[in-house]
Design a protein around this ligand. Structure first.
Ligand SMILES: *[C@@H]1O[C@H](CO)[C@@H](O)[C@H](O)[C@H]1NC(C)=O
Ligand SMILES: *[C@@H]1O[C@H](CO)[C@@H](O)[C@H](O)[C@H]1NC(C)=O
Ligand SMILES: *[C@@H]1O[C@H](CO)[C@@H](O)[C@H](O)[C@H]1NC(C)=O
Ligand SMILES: *[C@@H]1O[C@H](CO)[C@@H](O)[C@H](O)[C@H]1NC(C)=O
Ligand SMILES: *[C@@H]1O[C@H](CO)[C@@H](O)[C@H](O)[C@H]1NC(C)=O
Ligand SMILES: *[C@@H]1O[C@H](CO)[C@@H](O)[C@H](O)[C@H]1NC(C)=O
Ligand SMILES: *[C@@H]1O[C@H](CO)[C@@H](O)[C@H](O)[C@H]1NC(C)=O
Ligand SMILES: *[C@@H]1O[C@H](CO)[C@@H](O)[C@H](O)[C@H]1NC(C)=O
Ligand SMILES: *[C@@H]1O[C@H](CO)[C@@H](O)[C@H](O)[C@H]1NC(C)=O
Ligand SMILES: *[C@@H]1O[C@H](CO)[C@@H](O)[C@H](O)[C@H]1NC(C)=O
Ligand SMILES: *[C@@H]1O[C@H](CO)[C@@H](O)[C@H](O)[C@H]1NC(C)=O
Ligand SMILES: *[C@@H]1O[C@H](CO)[C@@H](O)[C@H](O)[C@H]1NC(C)=O
Length: 661
């Protein structure tokens, strides 16, 4: 039996065995014993009292911490009462809108990605009176506490001192091989042709999306199109068959549509990727590989499989299906190319949650690591012992490629600000043990003069908590430039990079550039970008990236192509496109931190170069800002010239740039 059949089958049984949980009834105290009912009212009232102006604690920060203290005492004795108590308090005091209150504090169910269970678990673990409480009330409670000062961190006891021979990068050879980098597919399983693509929600193009404003009388969404475009509108369902030929269904009549912009066959700039677009992107990879004789030695995938729909439209089964479908589609198209994947913040349930094994709650999220270990082993991307390692280490693993490079894969939810478990004992430099694993692997590789790539989903410049960001930075400094040959992230959906400098914010000089991280663009068009992927030429001896080649499709052209196949084109290569900016970069030099420092400096000093970068960032989509003659591209520089969020914020202040990336 096919793996997918087993999974979907067993999940269906699981789903039908669970009584339909309705959050409305969760609030109805009739479900609770009279004494619990009394407690719910009592404690919800106490939480409300804390909010009052005359409470003993006066600042928002103190109030937030006091609520956590009360919550902790409840969670330790009556954990099941956390859901109704906090939900009631949240709704009564209009802390957020009612739905968000229910999603934040309601009990997690198979059908609704509420995170109250994880909140209750956290309360039992955390110490609200410590750094934990301060950090939580900063990131999870609307910055009610100022960001607590990051304790001084010194990781040097974790490794032997750096030897002189490790202070220089190895010399490249003359030969290269090719590696594919794909990221952020975000499959939208309920993508619906003809639904609203110009909606009032974050993600559009499902039947439950709508625009808050009705279309005006006589509105015609084709009003400004050419006759050719009108003749060629794409509203026919399409999919790839077993031979990877595009098949079509019956055309959908949208002539009486009441939408501002009825969603087309292949996707939209406000929507995640319908599966047909994902298949099209993968088919274009296979096509270019063959046409150009690229012979990819392996591929990295830097995470995010699941779509951006609101949490109450996400259920357990949808997460598993999204994970299974995309890995299946990748396997079918890339065939024997090994793929080294990481999971992203969306690839879990509920959203972003990951619990440390030692917390005692690790088992509630183990299903995901089990599934990934099985899938990746079935697809022969990693072998049995590596898969076992991934199952036991939050899907993280280390693998040696056929080219003798080591790839280390990390799960970035272990440092992500939206993972509630990261607010437990938050001063612990390594509560997941993931950094110890990374360091052990780096020490091992250093001793063998082996080079390493690190892959993870979320770059540390974004939404990473300050302590792990500092730890990672120290690790990268210690093992650069000799051992770490590349760092690769996804997550932002944009084509970007981050530079790590030694020294402080004013010393972003060429001499101080230590290493850099590549941030891959995405296949999903969501947030106004054209779908895209890239490959690298990599030096055979040093595994340094020598060049990058990006391919994309102009999504807006697929709106008017009669639902025929999207056309994937070459977009740019970094070495050639930035050759004037970096000024004489020898063919034999890798695209390392020095190269990217020069690009970032160019973006800072010239609006033309900022325009080039911004064109690439969104792959020439209709939403690329005009840099020349406007301030719309200010802020690009600090993002590129920072490695952690703390550095980024300091840079914005110093250079007086607005937040923008
Ligand atoms: C604050 O004032 C309200 C209304 O006057 C009262 O119900 C509440 O008990 C007071 N709280 C404290 C902590 O004194
Ligand atoms: C808030 O007030 C309570 C007593 O009502 C006190 O125990 C607690 O320490 C105070 N918390 C803060 C953060 O001041
Ligand atoms: C690199 O290749 C060029 C031409 O292909 C050759 O002249 C040169 O000797 C090679 N260098 C090394 C270090 O192999
Ligand atoms: C067509 O263009 C006009 C003028 O730019 C604009 O006001 C109108 O909203 C456009 N109509 C549609 C359906 O896009
Ligand atoms: C995508 O490709 C997979 C095989 O890789 C196929 O099973 C699936 O039906 C395809 N879906 C669409 C929408 O093209
Ligand atoms: C669209 O509206 C016209 C006029 O009301 C009607 O005749 C036609 O059947 C409608 N088409 C569809 C597909 O509903
Ligand atoms: C999208 O919807 C808004 C109303 O919410 C409207 O003002 C705007 O013109 C629409 N744009 C398009 C391209 O349909
Ligand atoms: C999930 O929660 C939301 C918000 O309370 C609710 O509207 C929706 O019906 C729930 N969905 C399911 C399947 O229970
Ligand atoms: C909390 O972190 C410290 C290190 O900062 C560690 O020594 C301690 O064991 C951790 N506590 C738990 C319960 O894991
Ligand atoms: C678009 O329409 C024109 C004329 O109506 C036609 O010649 C052309 O082939 C069409 N293009 C596509 C991609 O369908
Ligand atoms: C990048 O490569 C150039 C040329 O090989 C070298 O001079 C420079 O030191 C390297 N930069 C870093 C940060 O390793
Ligand atoms: C698609 O968008 C690009 C960038 O704005 C524009 O140059 C191009 O003309 C658009 N194509 C169509 C068919 O609208």
């Amino acid at each position: 039996m096919k793996l997918s059949t087993i999974l979907v089958g067993s999940l269906a049984t699981l789903v039908s065995a669970v009584p339909l949980f309705n959050l409305e009834t969760a609030l109805e105290t009739t479900n609770y014993s009279p004494s619990d009912e009394k407690l719910i009212y009592e404690f919800a009232h106490q939480l409300t009292t804390i909010d009052q102006f005359n409470s003993t604690n006066s600042t928002k920060c103190e109030k937030c911490i006091e609520r956590l203290q009360l919550g902790k005492s409840i969670a330790l004795t009556k954990p099941n009462l956390i859901f109704p108590i906090f939900t009631k308090w949240c709704i009564d005091n209009k802390v957020t809108d009612e739905t968000t209150c229910k999603m934040t504090y309601g009990r997690n169910t198979v059908l609704n990605a509420t995170s109250g269970t994880n909140f209750a678990n956290l309360l039992t673990l955390m110490d609200p009176n410590s750094y934990d409480g301060q950090l939580y009330c900063h990131y999870q409670s609307d910055k009610h506490c100022p960001l607590p000062e990051t304790p001084k961190i010194d990781m040097s006891s974790y490794w032997p001192e750096k030897q002189d021979k490790h202070k220089i990068a190895p010399e490249p050879s003359n030969e290269t091989y090719n590696v594919l980098h794909i990221s952020d597919f975000h499959i939208q399983l309920d993508y619906s042709i003809g639904s609203e693509a110009n909606c009032s929600q974050y993600m559009c193009c499902t039947d439950h999306n709508y625009n808050k404003f009705e279309i005006p009388e006589g509105y015609d969404f084709t009003a400004n199109l050419t006759q050719d475009q009108i003749n060629n509108l794409s509203y026919t369902p399409a999919w790839y068959d077993q031979d990877f030929e595009l098949e079509h269904g019956d055309s959908i009549d949208i002539s009486n549509s009441t939408k501002w912009f009825p969603a087309n066959t292949f996707g939209h700039y406000n929507c995640d990727a319908p599966e047909v677009l994902i298949n099209s992107s993968l088919k274009s990879v296979a096509k270019y590989q063959e046409e150009l004789g690229l012979d990819f030695k392996f591929s990295i995938f830097t995470g995010d499989l699941v779509d951006h729909d609101e949490d109450y439209h996400l259920d357990y089964e949808k997460i598993i299906k999204s994970e299974e479908y995309i890995f299946r589609d990748i396997k079918t198209t890339l065939k024997n190319i090994p793929v080294y994947p990481v999971l992203g913040n969306h690839d879990t349930y509920p959203y972003a949650q990951l619990a440390q094994e030692k917390s005692g709650f690790g088992n509630i999220l183990d299903w995901n690591a089990e599934l990934m270990g099985d899938l990746w082993e079935d697809y022969e991307w990693i072998n049995g012992s590596t898969a076992r390692y991934a199952r036991e280490h939050y899907t993280g693993f280390a693998v040696e490629t056929t080219t003798n490079l080591k790839v280390i894969a990390l799960n970035s939810n272990a440092y992500y600000a939206s993972n509630l478990y990261n607010y437990w004992n938050a001063t612990d430099v390594d509560s997941f043990g993931q950094f110890q694993f990374l360091i052990d692997e780096l020490i091992d590789s250093e001793s063998k003069d082996q080079r390493v790539w690190i892959i993870a989903h979320i770059p540390f410049v974004q939404e990473a908590l300050p302590i792990p960001a500092e730890v990672f930075k120290q690790i990268v400094k210690r093992f650069s430039p000799s051992t770490i040959a590349g760092i690769f992230f996804g997550h932002t959906h944009m084509d970007q990079f981050n530079i790590l400098y030694d020294g402080d914010v004013l010393e972003k000089t060429e001499e101080n550039a230590v290493n850099m991280a590549w941030i891959s663009q995405a296949v999903t068009p969501l947030t106004d970008n054209n779908p895209s992927w890239r490959y690298y030429t990599v030096d055979t001896k040093t595994h340094s990236v020598m060049n990058s080649f990006n391919y994309y499709t102009k999504l807006n052209e697929t709106f008017y192509n009669e639902s025929e196949e999207p056309n994937w084109e070459f977009e740019y290569s970094a070495r050639e496109s930035y050759s004037d900016v970096v000024n004489e970069w020898p063919e034999t030099s890798p695209l390392n931190a020095t190269f990217w420092h020069r690009v970032a400096s160019g973006v800072n000093s010239s609006t033309e170069i900022a325009q080039t970068y911004n064109n690439f960032k969104r792959r020439f989509s209709p939403y690329v800002p005009q840099c020349i003659g406007t301030n719309d591209c200010d802020g690009s520089y600090c993002f590129l010239a920072s490695f952690t969020l703390k550095e980024y914020e300091a840079c914005l202040k110093t250079f007086n740039e607005p937040e923008f990336y």
